[in-house]
Design a binder for this molecule. Sequence first.
Ligand code: GTP
Ligand code: MG
Length: 173
Amino acid sequence: EGSFDEECDYLFKAVLIGDSAVGKSNLLSRFARDEFCLESKPTIGVEFAYRNIRIGDKLIKAQIWDTAGQERFRAITSSYYRGAMGALLVYDTTRRSTFESLRKWLRELREFGSREMVVVLVGNKSDLTHSREVSLEDGQSLAQLEDLSFMETSAKENVNVEDAFLQMINKIY
Ligand code: GTP
Ligand code: MG
């Protein structure tokens, strides 16, 4: 770890946001450690994970912040967003209410995030096809309207998780 820091060209901070239980922590554990947990607990406060990525000849150390979707467990919002260059804005494709909440999350992003922040909209739990409540088209049109990148993912089946994070990171570097 220490020796990597010396070689690392860029340190990059990104944040995960979205309602509770949409799968933020599992997207992160999948990306950082290739782990998934069916019975994960709600996040309290803030957690971090790192992953080193090579893009061309650049070494990038991605520091991803994960916080609680539940209001009562959230850390101070301004410090969470400070210095963040990217965000994954996550909803659950099987719960319409988490899609309706995106308006609130976008407002918060604009209030606390930097203007240049790269935001990827992520519809998670695409593996649960029989309980889908948000169509692919709904996700696509919101992304188009708000000028965001978009991807449906499954942290469980490891579908598009890597792509969602890399899309964000690629747009920055
Ligand atoms: P908070 O920390 O409360 O904000 O929730 P969170 O967004 O971090 O959700 P978390 O990652 O803890 O996941 C919530 C539940 O959804 C857990 O039971 C996970 O196993 C499950 N889950 C997460 N991603 C997926 C997925 O892609 N597919 C399925 N089927 N379940 C998932
Ligand atoms: Mg969590």
